[in-house]
Design a protein around this ligand. Structure first.
Ligand SMILES: CC(C)(COP(=O)(O)OP(=O)(O)OC[C@H]1O[C@@H](n2cnc3c(N)ncnc32)[C@H](O)[C@@H]1OP(=O)(O)O)[C@@H](O)C(=O)NCCC(=O)NCCSC(=O)Cc1ccccc1
Length: 168
């Protein structure tokens, strides 16, 4: 996009080769893999750096992740873009499903039904997104995720169905 105003703000970030993690998918259980990422034994996926998500926690059937709203998350309306919030929700819901999967079993989200309940700005403080598995079947799992702001107000809610896949 063309820059029309000065001075421009800038941001630099780096990430690790995602192929290393992709090779681990299916070799370890979901919770082992997420905990290895949290411990820094495996690199966090690039999207975590792109959006500056942090402080992931993972337990069986539950994952939380945080994001501190910053200007680079903004849409033209001067609030955090709904896609950024949706990415947080998709991450927490999908990873919550992943914690329930043994080695050799993968997943992908099939849908994400999002409700944006309050606008988010840099004044909202650190957002916490918690994903929880509501039901796990043989082929699909239903999860929900909630984003709350620094005052524990509900910001957004999502439900997501994930497909459970055998991995080679
Ligand atoms: C306004 C409404 C949709 C409906 O609210 P209601 O059902 O009537 O409920 P209620 O009246 O209880 O208000 C609740 C809270 O809502 C806020 N608030 C309400 N009125 C105003 C107002 N006039 N102005 C400002 N804020 C207002 C206020 O904080 C209030 O809290 P309070 O209790 O006062 O502290 C609300 O759910 C909302 O803002 N959701 C988030 C939407 C969102 O952020 N979407 C994603 C970003 S869009 C995007 O990225 C797409 C895009 C991309 C690219 C380019 C362009 C676009």
């Amino acid at each position: 996009m063309t820059q029309t105003q000065e001075p421009a703000r800038s941001r630099t970030f780096s990430w690790a080769d995602p192929a290393a993690n992709a090779a681990q998918i299916g070799r370890r259980s979901g919770i082992d893999m997420l905990r290895a990422m949290i411990a820094g034994e495996l690199a966090a996926p690039p999207v975590m750096h792109l959006l500056d998500m942090s402080r992931m926690e993972a337990d069986e059937g539950r994952v939380s992740v945080e994001l501190t709203p910053q200007e680079f998350h903004y849409n033209p309306l001067g609030t955090v873009h709904g896609g950024v919030l949706s990415t947080l929700l998709d991450t927490a819901a999908g990873c919550a499903v992943h914690t329930t999967l043994p080695a050799g079993v993968g997943y992908t989200s099939l849908d994400l039904n999002v409700k944006f309940l309050r606008p988010v700005t840099v004044d909202s403080g650190t957002l916490r997104c918690e994903g929880t598995v509501l039901q796990r079947g043989r082929r699909t799992a239903l999860a929900e995720a909630r984003i709350t702001d620094a005052d524990a107000r509900l910001i957004a809610h999502a439900t997501s169905t994930c497909l459970i896949l055998p991995l080679p």
